[in-house]
Design a protein around this ligand. Structure first.
Ligand code: ZN
Length: 146
């Protein structure tokens, strides 16, 4: 991924290094590869690799998202025992617009691919925005990490 444009895009994923996903947005080791941003639609797509015991900070999906989990085990919305999902690879998941993810936890070393149709609103425990992470923010973070 070279530029944020409306052009076709192609990424040879094994030739792109993983970058650390920013602490504060996660705990433990979470790495990512930004694959595409779509300024015209607000969508962005990334691959994630999370170490066992890592988690993603509390957030709300402003738009829906779809993921394809290729490896590992992830508790979404607290996992099945808490009324959410326990995603076990290989698996597909759709998270609806305004899905609230208070607790996303990786019980095993995991990898997934996800497309977000809009930003993630990371919040504190009271619902106050800490970071609104959309295509522009991930693009700038990815450029800074490269
Ligand atoms: Zn989420």
């Amino acid at each position: 991924m070279a530029e944020a444009t409306m052009m076709d895009d192609y990424v040879q994923m094994d030739e792109v290094d993983w970058a650390e996903f920013p602490q504060g947005l996660c705990a433990g080791l979470v790495e990512w590869k930004l694959l595409h941003v779509s300024p015209e639609s607000g969508a962005w797509t990334a691959a994630f690799r999370a170490a066992k015991g890592a988690s993603i900070a509390r957030h709300v999906h402003v738009g829906p998202g779809e993921y394809y989990m290729t490896k590992g085990k992830m508790l979404v919305r607290g996992g099945a025992e808490e009324g959410g999902e326990t995603a076990l690879a290989p698996s597909y998941g759709y998270e609806a617009c305004n899905a609230q993810h208070d607790y996303t936890y990786f019980e095993e070393d995991s990898e997934l691919y996800m497309t977000f149709l809009g930003p993630l609103n990371f919040t504190d425990d009271d619902g106050n925005t800490i970071a609104l992470v959309g295509w522009r923010e991930v693009y700038e973070a990815w450029q800074a990490a490269a």
